[in-house]
Design a protein around this ligand. Structure first.
Ligand SMILES: [Zn+2]
Length: 79
């Protein structure tokens, strides 16, 4: 039988708990980054009427749903 003191048991428990929380934090951060990248890629701003719309297709040129002008996909920058 392995004899472990209460101090060592608490240290091991806290290390496992902190490791688990670190893994959850890293996974949440990766998920958030991926979702943010996809959101920026899908939103398109019309150059004519400044209408912001979402387009999930892979086309480079699309018609604006408000004014019908051909709009080129470009990066949406956060302010
Ligand atoms: Zn437009």
């Amino acid at each position: 039988m392995i004899r472990v003191s209460l101090d060592h048991l608490i240290v091991v428990y806290l290390a496992i708990l902190l490791g688990f929380l670190f893994c959850v934090w890293v996974a949440a951060e990766l998920f958030h980054t991926r979702r943010e990248r996809r959101r920026r890629r899908d939103f398109v701003i019309c150059g004519i009427c400044d209408h912001v719309f979402e387009d999930r297709s892979e086309k480079h040129l699309m018609n604006c749903p408000r004014c019908g002008a051909l709009t080129e996909r470009s990066k949406v920058r956060e302010i």
